[in-house]
Each structure stands twice: as structure tokens, then as C-alpha cells.
Design a binder for this molecule. Structure first.
Ligand code: KMH
Ligand code: ZN
Length: 308
């Protein structure tokens, strides 16, 4: 049987703002439509953030999530992953709330405090639809995305009570060593899901040597105990996804990580990026995993054991 590749689609995130693309999902119905279309195109997991429907500002209140979580669950078997990263402007308690309330199968978990520079995007922007956008983007010059050891331990402990498992986001080699520390202490159990992030200003770069170094280090530290996925920011999305597939891994796409689908061409939907990724996977001779296959690969609790 050919190896099954898990496609995660991160449909909106908290990096991009409405003025950057008219296709960025903002309202609950745009987010649920994007998730359902991504599933149809081949995604097994959707990684979700919520936004204020009027302004598009990241919103981590459970009330902002509620309108789309139920819709997605009722219309699809897709695995729902709720962010605990929220936005770097938010406190950790605020970021954790939706995962605590809704007890999803998967939640994201960021493995270290870091600079998270999105301010270079301003060079390409002239007009803003909303007042919050420019200071939010510019503010990343002097902002730390906080994920201390205590924060990580708190998230692991709280979500473990709900049998939520994690998309463990590692933006640099040191994050793998932090993960190893928590594995050794018994807070993280196999098979754990490592999402290696390439190309965020403040994290590791996008060179193929970076990808190989991340893979080799994770192999050395974790052997067969982990499942590996990657995401490449911006134009690196598909090239890095392809390297992961060739190195035995899974992949993540979506408008959270890149607004494009091809050189200089805005993606009109999340599904467009999923379709591109799926084509690439199939051209390389592999198959995409269904949500149930992803559940088996990652040992998830099941879509009927969530609180929404
Ligand atoms: N946009 C990713 C690079 C999270 O939601 O926890 C970061 C992310 C964080 O996905
Ligand atoms: Zn995210």
C-alpha cells in the first residue's frame, strides 16, 4: 500500500490581514466554507483561527469560534485543529481558551518564544481597509511571540486532560530540543506530530539544507516516535511541501501561511492550494490521507469526542 500523506490546511491564521488579499476568510461562514472546500480538495485536517467578522482582527474568544466549529463538524469528517498560538499580541491564557472549551482532537502548540517579524510585508502595502492592520504589522518589529517552558507545560497539561493531541510547531532546531525535553519528562507521548515551520522571520530559513537539518535532527532525537509535517511560508509553500513528501513527511498549506498559488498570483481559495498540493503528492506517486487515516496515523481520539 502506498504511503498516505496528511494534508493540513490552515485557512486564515493571524499573520495576514484583510488588505493583503480579498480571498482571506474572515467571517464565520467564509471560514467554514473554506474548511469544507479544503476537505473536498483533499485536506484531512483543518487548522483554525477565528477573526472578528467586521474588522478581520484575530479573535481568540470561544464565541468567535462557536459559529463555524459546529457547521464544519456537521457537514464533514475533517479533523479540526484549534490554534493555541492565536496571535502574538495575545496572552497565553486567552490563546488557550478555545481549546479548553471545545476540546478538539488536535490543538497547535508552539515550542518556543521567538521574534515573529511580519513587518517587511508593509513595503508592499499602500492601503489598509482597517485601522488595526498597519500598527499590528509594524508592531511585530518589537514584539515577542511568547511560549515559555511554563506556558508550554501549562498547555500540555490542560489539554492532556481532554485527550487533545498536538500539532507541535517547531520554527527552529532548538524547538526540537525543547520538545525532546518534554518527551523525556513524559508530557508528550508517541506518535507525536511535529510541524516544522520554515521561512518565518525569526525562525529557520527555507534552504533545502535547513529542511534536511530539521529532518535529520528530529530523526536523531525521536527515531520512529514522531510523524513529520512541514509548512513553508509564502512562496516556499509548495517547494518545501514537496521536499517533505520526498523525505517521508506530511505537509501543510493554506492562506494562513501563504496568500499565493503560483508566482505573484493570489490564491482565490484555500482549496486551490490544497488541490495544488494534492496534485504534487499524486505526481510523486503517493496518496493523500483521508481524515480517518490521519486519525489512525496520529492516534487521535475521534471526531465524536469533542465539545462542539
Ligand atoms: N502561522 C504559523 C506559522 C499557531 O496557530 O499556533 C504559526 C501558527 C501558530 O500556526
Ligand atoms: Zn495558526
Amino acid at each position: 500500500m502506498s504511503r498516505k500523506i496528511i494534508i493540513t490546511c490552515a485557512v486564515t491564521g493571524a499573520i495576514h490581514t484583510p488588505s493583503m488579499s480579498p480571498y482571506l476568510p474572515v467571517t464565520p461562514s467564509e471560514i467554514s466554507d473554506a474548511a469544507l472546500e479544503a476537505r473536498k480538495a483533499g485536506a484531512a485536517i483543518v487548522h483554525l483561527h477565528a477573526r472578528n467578522p467586521r474588522t478581520g482582527q484575530p479573535d481568540q474568544s470561544p464565541e468567535a469560534y462557536e459559529p463555524f466549529l459546529g457547521v464544519i463538524k456537521q457537514s464533514s469528517d475533517v479533523v479540526i485543529n484549534i490554534t493555541t498560538g492565536g496571535a502574538p499580541t495575545m496572552g497565553v491564557e486567552e490563546r488557550l481558551k478555545p481549546a479548553v472549551v471545545f476540546k478538539p482532537e488536535v490543538a497547535s502548540l508552539n515550542m518556543g518564544s521567538m521574534n515573529f517579524g511580519i513587518y517587511p510585508i508593509l513595503e508592499k502595502m499602500k492601503e489598509f481597509k482597517h485601522d488595526w492592520e498597519e500598527p499590528y504589522i509594524e508592531g511585530s518589529r518589537d514584539r515577542v511571540f511568547r511560549n515559555t517552558f511554563a506556558d508550554i507545560e501549562g498547555i500540555l497539561t490542560t489539554c492532556a486532560d481532554n485527550s487533545t493531541r498536538f500539532e507541535i510547531e517547531c520554527y527552529d532546531i532548538g524547538h526540537l530540543y525543547t520538545l525532546e525535553h518534554f518527551v523525556r519528562r513524559g508530557y508528550v507521548t508517541p506518535p507525536f506530530f511535529v510541524q516544522s515551520v520554515f521561512g518565518i522571520l525569526g525562525g529557520i530559513g527555507t534552504h533545502s539544507e535547513d529542511v534536511l537539518h530539521m529532518r535529520r535532527t528530529a530523526n536523531r532525537l525521536f527515531g520512529g516516535d514522531y510523524r513529520w509535517s512541514v509548512l513553508g511560508a509564502g512562496r516556499h509553500q509548495i517547494p518545501i511541501a514537496m521536499q517533505s513528501v520526498l523525505l517521508g513527511g506530511h505537509l501543510r498549506v493554506g492562506l494562513e501561511d501563504s496568500l499565493y498559488s503560483g508566482r505573484g498570483r493570489l490564491a482565490k481559495s484555500n482549496a486551490e492550494q490544497v488541490s495544488l498540493a494534492r496534485e504534487m503528492v499524486e505526481h510523486l506517486g503517493f496518496e493523500v490521507a483521508t481524515p480517518d487515516e490521519a486519525r489512525e496515523i496520529l492516534n487521535l481520539k475521534g471526531g465524536d469526542k469533542v465539545e462542539f
